[in-house]
Ligand binder design. Structure first.
Ligand code: HEM
Length: 476
């Protein structure tokens, strides 16, 4: 719907920012401690009878200089954040604050650049061609890494009767991306088995202003002061980061040669590659795969039987796990999209209005002024009840057949699932890779196992999945 064709009533944006300093602190405490993120937004939608309203977003004082945002919380208004002719994506990758460049060797990394900055286009083109050049490794490498994960998983199940999927997945994901970009098993390098702890610490320090550790209530004030009031120093992760950097510098030589050929300085390219592999990629799969396993596990035995049937039949007919075979698995594909819809791994997106403009919800139009920050909490947009039936329910076959028409409302990659990443937009360059990897996870899982049960929980970022029982495959 364009602003000129809109017949919707133009309304003032409801909500307010409260008093300077106190308003943002009150909203921060509501968000982390008194309400929690979902209730924070749902309460305000109810109060203002609008999915577009004004509020402050954490962290606020003293980390972000301006916490004021205009929310977009429905499937119609959310995509304004993808239109880089209308919103500026400079330094908004994690929100209303910008972690110090000392986390990344003094460089502003691609994820923080607006497409109007020339550097964005050269770095993103380099990423897109690097990812494409690794195409032949995706399936066999992930299968190798998953077979290692399954051995650990079965060991844990027989030792303890349950297994935390998150820790197994962390090791697997770190190893997969390191091997993808560096052609080396991290265990055989100076990184050894410490890769996940180096990456976890470095990512945590950058995202701490957005995190609550869910400690007992009595400690809320202490936590709020320690995590949300001042930026944590990069010094804490300096030596860990240096080890990651040195390993990528040593082993990813051919990728860095290509960057230099494209005119990117070698050290800047390497800092970008460390971020790509350890923040974007490892961080992404760290949250997404446990969520996928949680939702599929909770969906129950009937879905597991259908997935196993589809996967085993297609693999047999196609003679293996190939790109063509994965393409034919309609239910498996739909299950992956459904997990990305119901629990988008990166829930927040930001963009600053480049000009005065009008944005729309289902019911009304609102004027946004140049310079105002627009913010989307994605889980509400992808669970919009006016687009998705039973939005809170995990429906495995939601995107099968006619359901494919709904893919344009799946936004996890910072773009529509029907759009493609380019050097000029801000959509995740690994959009197709992530979907492929998730399909391979399900395929390998249901080639090995018939069914499983899982207990879901909440973590600092995303979900936890504890596998409680596992039944080995009876037919192949
Ligand atoms: C489940 C895994 C992943 C998720 C959920 C995810 C999600 C996202 C999202 C939401 C954005 C846009 C953030 C914003 O600007 O607001 C993004 C950007 C980006 N992602 Fe991913 N991503 C994942 C995996 C990966 C992987 C595997 C790679 C690389 C191999 C990657 C590389 C990037 C890069 C470089 C950007 C910045 C794009 C730009 O500046 O134009 N991501 N990703």
């Amino acid at each position: 719907m364009s602003s000129s064709s809109s017949k919707l009533p133009l309304k003032p944006i409801p909500g307010d920012y409260g008093l300077p300093f106190f308003g943002p602190i009150k909203d921060r405490l509501d968000y982390f401690y008194f309400q929690g993120e979902d209730k924070f937004f749902e309460d305000r939608i109810h109060k203002y009878n609008s999915t577009i309203f004004k509020t402050n977003m954490p962290p606020g004082p003293f980390i972000s200089s301006n916490p004021k945002v205009i929310t977009v919380l429905d499937a119609v208004s959310f995509p304004i954040l993808f239109d880089t002719s209308k919103v500026e994506k400079r330094d908004v990758f994690v929100g209303t604050y910008f972690p110090s460049v000392s986390f990344t060797g003094g460089y502003r990394i691609c994820s923080y650049l607006d497409p109007s900055e020339a550097k964005h286009s050269s770095l993103k083109s380099w990423f897109l061609s690097t990812i494409a050049s690794k195409h032949d490794k995706f399936i066999p490498l992930l299968r190798t890494c998953l077979s290692e994960l399954f051995i650990e998983l079965e060991d844990k199940m027989s030792e303890k009767g349950e297994a935390n999927f998150n820790t197994l997945n962390d090791t697997m994901a770190f190893s997969f991306f390191f091997r993808l970009f560096c052609d080396q098993n991290p265990a055989d390098t100076a990184i050894g088995s410490e890769g996940t702890s180096f990456a976890n610490k470095w990512v945590f320090l950058q995202l701490a202003p957005l995190i609550t550790l869910r400690l007992p209530k009595i400690l809320n004030c202490v936590e709020d002061f320690l995590l949300h009031t001042f930026p944590l120093p990069s010094l804490i992760a300096k030596s860990d980061y240096q080890k990651l950097y040195d390993a990528f510098y040593k082993y990813a030589g051919s990728i860095l040669d290509e960057a230099e050929r494209l005119g990117i300085k070698r050290d800047e390219a390497c800092h970008n590659l460390v971020f790509l592999s350890n923040f974007n990629s490892y961080g992404g799969l760290k949250t997404f795969f446990p969520a996928l396993i949680k939702w599929v596990g909770l969906a129950g035995e009937e879905l597991h039987r259908q997935l196993a049937d589809e996967i085993r039949t297609v693999v047999k007919a196609e003679g293996g796990v190939t790109f063509a075979a994965l393409e034919k698995m309609v239910l498996t594909k739909s299950v992956v999209y459904e997990a990305l819809r119901i629990e988008p791994p990166v829930p927040y997106q930001y963009g600053k209005a480049k000009t005065d403009m009008v944005i729309h919800s289902h019911d009304a139009a609102f004027e946004v002024k140049k310079g105002e920050m627009i913010f989307g909490y994605q889980p509400l947009a992808t669970k919009d009840p006016r687009v998705f039936e039973n939005p809170e329910e995990f429906v495995g076959h939601r995107f099968v057949g006619e359901g494919e028409k709904l893919l344009k409302y799946v936004f996890w990659s910072n773009g529509r699932e029907t759009d493609d990443p380019t050097a000029d937009n801000k959509q995740c360059p690994a959009k197709d890779l992530v979907v492929l990897l998730a399909r391979v996870l399900l395929v390998e899982f249901f080639l090995h196992y018939d069914t499983f049960t899982v207990e879901g929980g909440e973590l600092l970022l995303g979900s936890s999945a504890t596998i409680k029982s596992l039944t080995k495959a009876t037919t192949i």
